[in-house]
Ligand binder design. Structure first.
Ligand code: NAI
Ligand code: OAA
Length: 329
């Protein structure tokens, strides 16, 4: 018997990430090739015509799994009964800006949307925030949802998967091992240049990747800056921020959360207090997913170098949290 459709809300549907994301959701790459989906598309009033154009193209793909579509500028309509929400809609940064510069411009969006999700979506909704600064926006949305009380605030995630995937690619190039052989990658902290991509636990066909690399200077001076500043390098090269790779990471995050992961995956999740991260801060941590639930990998050793890196990215998130405190009153 075929499955009942699930409802997937996507904000910023007329934007460049939306244009890469929607077709892959509708083709079954996110939730499985047997899972029909209804797309509920939110964008601003002035973008509704462009959303209609994207919907025409979705129709023209004749995706067998696409069971319906709604376009709206009203969050209450977009999130109605949603099972999954991908919060992409926000202003992207331009050259010379840091993601934290978007905090005030974009933060307000997520108080409204966090509340609208909590009031309208399925109680078990899974939410992924892509719009930057995504950790703190997820924190804002989760805090707004907590006030309403229907949904689980731990299900409001920020997207660190792009950093995770970037780190895997850089390590594959350095070690000459295929990406598919690399397991147990972790990216701690904020989706910003302070993130700490940590391959101390990483293996390739059972070999330690740390031993294969064996180059602390490369780790510190090449690898971490390359992964951390990749978003800016793409803006510099393309004149626009990453879109297809961001959409791909969103598909990966939701796919693994919904259908299970076969490896550690980095997710920006509200901290449970482990690793010295204050509870509630949305922090990149290693997770495993099973039966639609995620679990933070516990008990990893944090050495002095790693503690310093983790504290730096945590400090930035604490500053962001303080900057939005008024918004959450
Ligand atoms: N977390 C991550 O790894 C990444 C995050 N991003 C972020 O994703 C966001 C979107 O990027 P793009 O698609 O390139 O931007 P874009 O400018 O192409 O599209 C954004 C869309 O969001 C819409 N929008 C703005 N405010 C909205 C609101 N309140 N409700 C609904 N829709 C709204 C706009 O009308 C536009 O259609 C940016 O904040 C960007 O910085 C981008 C790449 C990676
Ligand atoms: O850098 C940006 O502004 C877009 C983004 O988050 C990324 O590419 O990682």
């Amino acid at each position: 018997m075929s499955k009942a459709p699930v409802r997937v809300a996507v904000t910023g549907a007329a934007g460049q990430i939306g244009y890469s994301l929607l077709f892959r959701i509708a083709s079954g790459e996110m939730l499985g090739k047997d899972q029909p989906v209804i797309l509920q598309l939110l964008d601003l009033p002035q973008a509704q015509k462009a959303v209609k154009g994207v919907m025409m193209e979705l129709e023209d793909c004749a995706f067998p799994l696409l069971a319906g579509m709604v376009a709206t500028d009203d969050p209450n309509v977009a999130f109605k009964d949603a099972d999954y929400c991908l919060l992409v809609g926000a202003r992207p940064r331009g050259p010379g800006m840091e993601r934290a510069d978007l905090l005030t411009a974009n933060g307000a969006i997520f108080t409204v949307q966090g509340k609208a999700i909590a009031e309208n979506a399925n109680e078990n909704v899974k939410v992924l925030v892509v719009g930057n600064p995504c950790n703190t926006n997820a924190y804002i949305a989760g805090a707004a949802a907590r006030k309403v009380g229907r949904t689980n605030p731990n299900n409001y995630h920020g997207m660190l998967r792009l950093d995770h995937n970037r780190a895997l690619s850089q390590l594959a190039a350095k070690t000459g091992r295929p990406v598919s052989s690399l397991k147990k990658m972790v990216v701690w902290g904020n989706h910003s240049p302070t993130m700490y991509a940590d391959y101390r636990f990483c293996t390739s066909n059972g070999d330690s990747v740390k031993a294969l690399v064996n180059d602390h200077a490369w780790n510190n001076d090449v690898f971490l800056p390359t992964v951390g500043k990749r978003g800016a390098a793409i803006i510099d090269a393309r004149g626009l921020s990453s879109a297809a790779s961001a959409a791909n990471a969103a598909i990966d995050h939701m796919h693994d959360w919904a259908l299970g992961s076969d490896d550690w995956v980095t997710m920006g999740v509200p901290s449970d207090g482990s690793y010295g991260i204050p509870a509630g801060i949305v922090f990149g941590v290693p997770c495993e997913c099973k039966n639609g639930e995620f679990k933070i990998i516990q008990g990893l050793e944090i050495d002095e170098y790693s503690r310093e890196k983790i504290n730096k990215t945590l400090g930035e998130l604490e500053d962001e949290r303080a900057a939005v405190a008024d918004m959450l009153k």
